[in-house]
Design a protein around this ligand. Structure first.
Ligand SMILES: [Zn+2]
Length: 225
């Protein structure tokens, strides 16, 4: 049997517990050529893009989630999901292979679900950034910029909350993203302020690669005047 890049993964809805399937990409097929300055991976074969499949959408209740969602639902949240998400849900399936548009829709449902569930701003910031990347792939740079601004504000909130503690994200990386996204949305002051904070943290940081990136970006921005 030929092994395909995609496979079908069985899921249990985090909210209603119904079983459904979602498509994933086998990691052995994923080749990254390089990363952009906001860590966006550029894939060698653009048709094999795992970013399209990070958000699972439950066809029964409409709740959408990523691996970063916590399994905890605060009191009252289940009722809010029923009122604000499930009551409006049309039962659509996102389980097959996705176009870029469908990838964006799935992430937007995850962003709404995260907001209603009160997920950490760090989780929501990552979703908003991925929406921005997918809009870039569609050459819709205006929408890309809009979601970068959303992501930047959420990373700023995440930084003040200390959301990164215990996650894969270092403090240096969160500050770097605040700086880089500020630069991309034209907020030069916040960009310079936060690139400086990244560079100042170099003696205590565990992420020397990101410090180096910040130094290069800070230099480039200064040269642009
Ligand atoms: Zn569900």
């Amino acid at each position: 049997m030929e092994i395909t890049p995609t496979y079908v993964k069985k899921m249990d809805c985090l909210h209603c517990k119904e079983k459904f399937t979602t498509t994933k990409i086998r990691s052995r097929f994923v080749r990254v050529t390089k990363h952009e300055s906001d860590f966006k991976p550029i894939y060698t074969d653009p048709s094999i893009n795992p970013i399209l499949y990070n958000a699972a959408v439950c066809p029964s209740c409409g709740f959408a989630f990523t691996d970063d969602f916590s399994s905890y639902f605060a009191p009252g949240v289940k009722d809010e999901i029923a009122n604000k998400i499930t009551s409006l849900w049309n039962g659509r399936s996102f389980g097959d292979e996705r176009s870029t548009d469908e990838g964006i829709e799935a992430y937007k449902l995850a962003l709404v679900s995260a907001t209603v569930k009160k997920e950490k701003p760090l989780t929501m910031a990552g979703i908003a950034l991925r929406i921005a990347w997918l809009y870039d792939d569609l050459k819709d740079f205006e929408s890309g910029k809009r979601f970068r601004a959303v992501s930047r504000n959420l990373y700023t909130e995440a930084y003040s909350n200390g959301d990164h503690a215990g996650t894969q994200m270092s403090e240096t990386r969160v500050l770097y993203l605040i700086a880089e996204l500020s630069h991309q949305v034209g907020d030069k002051e916040e960009a310079i302020r936060n690139f400086s904070r990244v560079i100042e943290s170099q003696r205590t940081s565990t992420d020397p690669q990101v410090i180096q990136m910040a130094k290069e970006r800070w230099q480039e921005i200064r040269e642009q005047g």
